[in-house]
Design a protein around this ligand. Structure first.
Ligand code: GLU
Length: 390
């Protein structure tokens, strides 16, 4: 009676969301927990976005919309892709889903069969390999290192591709490492991809506004325009505009793939929430200048967290160039704790929730999200130092 599907048996619950749920439950039970587990900006959603959501409610925009999003939002998303990422696409090549996660889920489910292989640079975002396994395909990790900026090299890509390779998943700026690929890095990877026309590329650009070094964001569909007909670019408003709860993600890619994703979406959720869509229009069409201020706030937090962590004996972290995560190395502490899951529980005892590196296909470390306010971050690193010293 309680038997679940074979496909479900291939996957684990999301450890980022599990840790966050746990922190929420502990807090509800009266514990003082600072959660640096989930990647969620602490800034309030901008007032003009909230006003657009309220106006949509008042206008009675509370009914079904087209499955892949309203014409208005598709146009606003196309504007975002061209203005912010340099990807010029007609609205027929854009779709909207309930968060970037759902777009990724549908794209992979719509294209993968058992026997297909998916190349994923590791450490990876938790949901990538789980979705691939759910689809019945095989995860092929490409290991990256802190000293290599957590980026894959062209030789690693070339060595990983087989006749069964269906996708390469790229995430720049990356979660959980902050890895960022320059235009030149992408052009070099493009030379390898050009030799393998069956391989699709997912470019998950959800953290594009959060690139800290000069030079700006680079993306594969722009750097290698001849490959654009097999690149699916993921973006959204969750991370950029502090709208995680609205659940709106957008994707741009070849028309056949967008249509396939919408076919699946027509049977999973149907349209993304109508109110959230109205809010996302305001996010894409409204002012963007505050994003630069937010980025500078994140940069200051990053610098504070990186130097505080590096001052704790047994912990070290490189300076991430993008997104809002630090991947902390705790190898010297493993003799004491055994593994990073045990270390995570120990830190929780000291009132800080983080996510162990093993959740991301890494090991012996943990991810900190620094998308929390300055006072919380300072207290959290004090608690981490106390926990490690104890
Ligand atoms: N992407 C964010 C994170 O990695 C949100 C949680 C999730 O969907 O994994 O923390």
């Amino acid at each position: 009676m309680t038997k679940t599907s074979i496909a479900l048996g291939r996957i684990q619950p999301s450890q980022t969301t599990a840790m966050t749920d746990r922190a929420i439950a502990l807090r509800a039970a009266g514990r003082d927990i600072i959660s640096l587990s989930v990647g969620e900006p602490d800034f309030a959603t901008p007032p003009h976005v909230v006003a657009a959501a309220k106006a949509a409610l008042d206008a009675g925009d509370t009914k079904y919309t087209a499955v892949g999003g309203t014409a208005r939002l598709k146009a606003a998303a196309a504007l975002h892709f061209s203005r912010d990422l340099g990807i010029v696409v007609p609205t027929s090549q854009v779709t909207v889903s309930a968060g970037g996660k759902q777009a990724i889920f549908h794209a992979l489910l719509a294209t993968l069969d058992p026997g297909d292989e998916v190349l994923i640079p590791s450490p990876w975002w938790v949901s990538y390999p789980e979705i691939v396994r759910f689809a019945g395909a095989t995860v092929v990790p490409i290991e990256t290192t802190a000293s290599g900026g957590f980026r894959i090299a062209a030789e690693q890509l070339a060595a990983g591709i087989t006749p069964n390779t269906r996708w390469l998943l790229l995430n720049s700026p990356g979660n959980p490492t902050g890895a960022t690929y320059s235009a030149e890095d992408l052009r070099v990877l493009g030379e390898v991809l050009r030799l393998h026309p069956r391989v699709l590329v997912m470019s998950d650009d959800i953290y594009a506004p959060l690139r800290y070094s000069p030079g700006g964001h680079a993306t594969l569909a722009v750097e290698c325009p001849d490959l654009a007909d097999r690149v699916l670019t993921i973006s959204g408003v969750s991370k950029s505009h502090a709208m995680t709860g609205f659940r709106i993600g957008v994707a741009a890619g070849p028309a056949w793939l967008i249509a396939a994703m919408e076919t699946l979406q027509s049977h999973s959720s149907g349209n993304p929430a109508s109110i959230s869509q109205a809010a996302a229009v305001a996010a894409f069409e409204g002012p963007q200048d505050f994003l630069l201020d937010w980025r500078e706030r994140f940069r200051a937090r990053r610098d504070m967290v990186v130097s505080a962590i590096n001052a704790i004996p047994g912990l070290s972290t490189p300076v991430p160039d993008g997104a809002f995560y630090c991947m902390v190395d705790a190898v010297p502490l493993m003799d004491r704790f055994g593994d990073d899951a045990a270390l995570a529980l120990h830190l929780l005892d000291y009132g800080v929730a983080i996510v162990p590196a093993s959740a991301f296909g890494g090991r012996d470390g943990f991810r900190i999200s620094f998308a929390a306010d300055e006072a919380k971050l300072e207290e959290a690193v004090r608690r981490i130092a106390a926990a490690v010293a104890a």
